[in-house]
Ligand binder design. Structure first.
Ligand SMILES: Nc1ncnc2c1ncn2[C@@H]1O[C@H](COP(=O)(O)OP(=O)(O)OP(=O)(O)O)[C@@H](O)[C@H]1O
Ligand SMILES: [Mg+2]
Length: 242
């Protein structure tokens, strides 16, 4: 369970999160939408402990993330995959080496086992053929898929996806949505997805919330949100949204 209660955070002289309350029950997928610059990525960074709130509570499995020491944070990150916006690969490491990183940090697997797992997860995202390529030489969509492989390589219990289909063509997007649903259903993963895509929200979400002015302005099940008259729900999920 991921639970944020009344979280406040100022950054760069602006109040970014202003009483944000949000909970993701075990095994569920919560989709977070909202205008650019409203603090969606900032929210994810609080959950994995890269940012700390000025006030309020951020809990994973009932444990306060901001109070964790380094060892506890490492233990949390072992259980939590994070797909950074745009993949955030390390440019001087091959795709396979990027994907192997979390295993080297968090597991005691031998080289052969690491290689096997890396190729398995690269196959899952349709990137096995690009294992030896370097990030500057691959397309944006390929970077994102490699980032997704890196987020999933440790078989995490939690996954945070920051725009998992930004810049992907509709066919690959659809494959990524199916993969996200499969990961939830097969492994019981609890996840939070940040996206601007209606298709992603509707296909992958159990609940959808829209962030505005530092808090959730409207939230509900997929059916509630796609039928809602709230202007933000209509803007992000109505007929005209893509
Ligand atoms: N470390 C930081 N220092 C100062 N300001 C920051 C920092 N991180 C984020 N911000 C600011 O906080 C605001 C929210 O950023 P965030 O990246 O969460 O937006 P977002 O909702 O993810 O937008 P997008 O949809 O464009 O990705 C932005 O105005 C950003 O400039
Ligand atoms: Mg963002």
């Amino acid at each position: 369970m991921i639970e944020l209660q009344d979280v406040h955070k100022r950054l760069g002289g602006r109040q970014i999160l202003d009483g944000l309350t949000l909970s993701v029950p075990q095994g569920m997928t919560f989709v977070l939408m909202g205008p650019s610059g409203t603090g969606k990525s900032v929210t994810l960074k609080h959950i994995i402990g890269i940012l700390r709130p000025d006030s309020g509570s951020v809990q994973v499995d009932g444990q306060e993330v901001p109070r964790m020491d380094r060892a506890q944070l490492m233990a949390l990150r072992k259980r939590m995959g994070y797909l950074f916006q745009n993949g955030a690969l390390i440019n001087w490491l091959s795709v396979a080496a990027n994907v192997a990183l979390p295993l080297q940090e968090h597991s005691k697997l031998g080289k052969g086992e690491v290689d096997d797992r890396v190729h398995e997860v690269l196959r899952l995202v349709g990137m096995d053929h690009a294992a030896k390529q370097m990030p500057p030489d691959i397309s944006g969509g390929m970077k994102l898929r490699a980032g997704l492989a890196r987020a999933l390589v440790t078989n995490p219990e939690y996954v945070l996806y920051d725009e998992p289909n930004a810049g992907l063509d509709p066919i690959i997007s659809q494959q990524i949505h199916e993969l996200i649903v499969e990961v939830r259903d097969r492994l019981g993963v609890t996840s939070l997805i940040v996206t601007h895509s209606r298709a992603c929200a509707v296909h992958c979400g159990d609940r959808i919330g829209v962030l505005e002015h530092g808090r959730i302005a409207v939230q509900g099940t997929v059916a509630e949100m796609t039928h809602s008259d709230h202007p933000l729900a209509r803007a992000f999920l109505g007929g005209g949204a893509d």
